[in-house]
Write a protein of this length. Structure first.
Length: 476
């Protein structure tokens, strides 16, 4: 009965099994082994495993079996390739045990085989995927780094070039703080803690500076996210060198600034001519009368102050400004000066600018750049408006950290399709526009960590909404 039970279990087992003589020939094989190899039982009995074993694996298996029979090892396991009768490869995990008689003389070998073909295929695909990813990372034009405990554990060739490293030996294991300015250490450290704690999945730094090995500063933007490297929690950083892009942006801003200066010149000339005419009239009056009232002197001084303000604003816009200067300033004053600068241009077209400052706010910004951005936006509103229309400008707080400015015109409006393209280079809603003015404006607002949004419907006018943070860090 026991023999019948063993035979039934042996044949019905889902695991491929065989009992083999010490000389290597099969005595018994079960159905699962036949299914695994594609051979019938009668084709395997009295044959050796050479009939379906891969030659490379057969050599290793024979050595392991020799050691098993000699008593050097109690059993063994190995992964092995079987050559199916139809020619394809089947992977198996074999477990080999020795059966000895009562005198400890080896008699048979029991072999059990688990089909691991699917597992090996998954491993192969994973390795191929890893290899593709490795090649992609290695050939990426952007720097890709892996950081563990704030040290560089991996850096691709683009990163080596960016930092000016000559070999991996001089970069692997280096602290990232060797490349960051001291004033950025705490900010970057806190950002990485947020990533590692899981409170934030990824973080984008639009623009900051690092230093090469030779001390040369490089402008970069970066994205960091959590990853695992060699079983350890790590930070993956993708870094882009934006030094050349910054130069192009600066050129665009300077070019657009010169264009603005030219467009404003006529309005400024008209604005200056008015007070000069008044001053000239009062001086002529003084020549013809002995009693020149103090009231007239006050008017002359007031007109001179107005002229000086207009000329100052015009020259400050035209003045070259190679580096961004972030200072804490009264935003109401900046916006008011821009409005005063453009008021004459608007009045020449019978357009009235009405402004409402609901809060007195102080912000960190580059005054020159912000003026340039708002001149662009208000001038766009003027050009979009018909005669006898009003432009409404409001300034308010969103919350304790942000302000909002709305510039609303009642012009022809913009379709949804055209609205999507605003800010693209060389796309403009104006007949002879280049679109660069709005592109520069977007970049200035984004450079101040703000957001510019346009709301519009055809025939209903357009509203530009600008949200700016109050604090971004001063450079003065």
């Amino acid at each position: 009965m026991e023999t019948n039970l063993f035979n039934a279990m042996f044949q019905q087992s889902a695991i491929a099994m065989a009992i083999v003589k010490i000389n290597g020939t099969f005595i018994y094989v079960n159905n699962a082994l036949c299914e695994l190899t594609g051979y019938r039982k009668e084709e395997l009995i009295d044959e050796t495993n050479q009939i379906f074993s891969h030659p490379e694996d057969l050599k290793i298996q024979r050595e392991n079996t020799r050691r098993l029979i000699k008593g050097e090892i109690p059993f063994y396991q190995m992964e092995k390739r079987y050559i199916h009768k139809e020619g394809h490869i089947v992977w198996g995990l074999i477990s080999i045990n020795l059966i000895s008689d009562d005198y400890e003389i080896p008699k048979y070998v029991i072999c059990q085989v688990q089909n691991i073909t699917e597992k090996k295929e998954m491993e192969r695909r994973l390795l191929e995927s890893e290899e593709r990813y490795r090649r992609l990372v290695e050939s990426s034009p952007e720097t890709i780094a892996v950081l563990v405990d704030e040290k560089i554990e991996y850096l691709n060739p683009a990163g080596m070039k960016l930092l000016g490293a000559k070999s991996k030996e001089e970069i692997i294991g280096r602290s990232i703080w060797d490349f960051y300015p001291k004033e950025d250490h705490e900010r970057v450290h806190q950002n990485m803690l947020k990533i590692l704690s899981g409170s934030t999945q990824s973080m984008v730094a639009r623009e900051h500076t690092i230093f090469r090995f030779d001390g040369t500063p490089v402008s970069i933007s970066s994205t960091i996210s959590a990853t695992t490297y060699k079983g350890v929690q790590a930070i993956q950083a993708i870094v882009r060198d934006i030094t050349e892009m910054k130069k192009v942006d600066e050129w665009l801003q300077k070019s657009e600034k010169l264009s603005l200066v030219g467009q404003l010149a006529a309005g400024v000339a008209h604005e200056v001519r008015n007070p000069l005419t008044s001053i000239k009239g009062f001086i002529q009056l003084a020549k013809t009368t002995k009693e020149f009232k103090e009231f007239y002197v006050d008017i002359i001084l007031s007109e001179l102050d107005r002229t000086e303000t207009i000329i100052y604003e015009f020259l400050s816009l035209a003045k070259p400004n190679d580096t961004r200067q972030i200072k804490t300033v009264n935003f109401n004053t900046i916006l008011l000066n821009v409005i005063k600068l453009l008021e004459t241009q608007a009045l020449m077209q019978d357009i009235n600018i009405q402004y409402y400052f609901l809060k007195d706010v102080v912000v960190d910004c580059d005054e020159n750049q912000i003026k340039q951005a708002f001149i662009n936006l208000i001038q766009n509103a003027i050009e979009a408006s018909d005669r006898n229309e009003n432009i409404f400008i409001t300034l308010d707080e969103v919350n304790e950290n942000e302000i909002i400015v709305k510039i609303e015109d009642h012009g022809c409006g913009i379709s949804k399709e055209r609205l999507k393209k605003l800010g693209e280079p060389f796309y403009s809603t104006k007949e002879k526009g280049t679109g660069l003015g709005l592109l520069v404006t977007y970049k200035i607002i984004e450079g101040h960590h703000g957001k510019l949004t346009f709301l519009s419907d055809e025939g209903m006018g357009t509203t530009a909404e600008i949200i700016l943070p109050k604090k971004i860090g001063r450079t003065d």
